[in-house]
Design a binder for this molecule. Structure first.
Ligand code: ATP
Ligand code: MG
Length: 381
């Protein structure tokens, strides 16, 4: 009998002929999540089994696994032979002291002499005998013991199944470049795309020295939190200080934000193409602030789609997710990401494209983009 953690996957089974590809990606991602923990990983027919880990690290391993997209459920338990006595020995270790329980069985090996109802009855009966304080409740038991007879003569016996992260394995859904600010929304946007299997790299714009080191640290921390789910996000940072200064010197103040946004998008598109990302991702949600209306602020992105996974979300829904993924406490730290010194008192609400373009004519757009890109720094997380 061996202590194991059993992972069942979520949507992968839907993927017909590509199933092998998704299973392999899921396997690799589990390995990545468990880097640093002593363990072995196997995936015999539709189950992923982590074994040979240190008892003291079980909790840490379970927590790491809960961040791996593609997992439907995760449960700690035992692998035994499919002999009923062995199964019972494992079930005894998982049985609660008191309360109600039921045994749920599944028979992958159809040649096994008992069917699933008979297995549950046998094991349930033995548990009742061994633990007189327990009673069976098949409808709403407080505890469940699962018996899963596998095709290879082994059985998996587990207790409570916890929900996995769901979604698809990261890496199976292309690659996107997330425009990450120090705010609440963009890390959640990155999480949402990673959940659908997208590999996510980050790009952040700062206005150092107008913004401080703490503002940068905050974004590093947010990217690290996101990286826990994406299993390896790169954080790229670019300075837009000079661009902001130039806009401030030359252009109508009420268009500052729109003009800066357009620069950010142009720079992001150029960099995304360079690193082979197929789309940009932002944390915009419709109508949240003036610059996020259906204006021309990102009409400058010509060749790549801009994904806005939060577009239909209310702020409180975004906050809920931010809390859930563990980013909220960091996001609400007070450090500004882009220079507020240059911000106008009254930004234009629905600026006309012609007015924006007229202001841009006062700038050497191409040179400013290239110059900003030359400040690019890749931060290892
Ligand atoms: P967030 O909570 O993500 O900061 P927000 O509600 O503050 O969003 P805006 O400031 O309008 O909204 O930003 C909209 C989106 O533009 C952000 O979600 C992010 O994707 C991108 N963005 C804003 N500022 C930056 C920045 N300094 N660097 C990179 N991307 C940015
Ligand atoms: Mg913001």
């Amino acid at each position: 009998m061996q202590k194991v953690i059993i992972i069942k996957y979520a949507e992968l089974f839907l993927k017909g002929k590509n199933k092998g590809y998704f299973e392999q990606a899921f396997f690799v991602n589990i390995e990545r999540a468990l880097k640093g923990f002593k363990h072995t990983l196997r995936s015999p027919s539709g189950r992923y089994i982590v074994a040979d880990f240190e008892e003291a690290e079980e909790e840490g391993i379970l927590n790491a696994l809960k961040k791996v997209f593609g997992a439907h459920t995760i449960a700690a338990g035992y692998e035994t032979s499919s002999d009923l006595e062995d199964i019972f020995e494992a079930a005894k270790l998982l049985a609660p002291e008191s309360g109600t329980f039921k045994v749920v069985s599944h028979r992958g090996d159809k040649k096994y002499p008992l069917n699933s109802i008979e297995i549950s009855r046998e094991i349930g009966g033995k548990i009742l005998e061994a633990f007189p304080c327990l009673t069976v409740d098949v409808h709403s038991p407080q505890h469940v013991i699962r018996v899963d007879i596998r095709e290879n003569g082994a059985a998996l016996v587990s207790g409570k199944e916890e929900a996995g992260a769901g979604g698809m394995p990261v890496g199976t859904g292309g690659k996107g470049l997330l425009l990450i600010s120090g705010g609440i929304d963009s890390p959640v946007a990155g999480y949402m795309m990673a959940k659908r299997g997208m590999k996510v790299d980050c790009l952040h714009f700062h206005s150092y020295p107008y913004t401080n080191e703490q503002a940068k640290e905050k974004v590093v921390d947010l990217a690290k939190i996101l990286s826990g789910y994406t299993l390896g996000t790169k954080l790229n940072v670019v300075s837009v200080t000079h661009i902001q200064e130039k806009i401030h010197e030359n252009c109508a103040p009420e268009l500052m934000i729109t003009l800066l946004r357009r620069f950010m998008y142009r720079i992001a598109e150029r960099y995304a193409k360079k690193i082979g990302a197929q789309c940009l991702i932002t944390g915009e949600s419709l109508g949240q602030v003036a610059s996020q209306g259906m204006t021309s602020s990102n009409a400058v992105v010509k060749d790549l789609p801009v994904l806005r996974p939060l577009v239909g979300f209310d702020k409180n829904e975004i906050i809920e997710r931010s809390v859930k993924i563990g980013a909220y406490e960091t996001s609400i730290l007070p450090f500004e990401d882009c220079c507020t010194v240059f911000l106008p008192d009254f930004p234009a609400i629905r600026p006309k494209l012609s007015a924006i373009e007229k202001e841009e004519e006062k700038l050497n757009v191409e040179e400013l983009i290239e110059e900003a890109l030359s400040t690019l720094e890749v931060i290892s997380l």
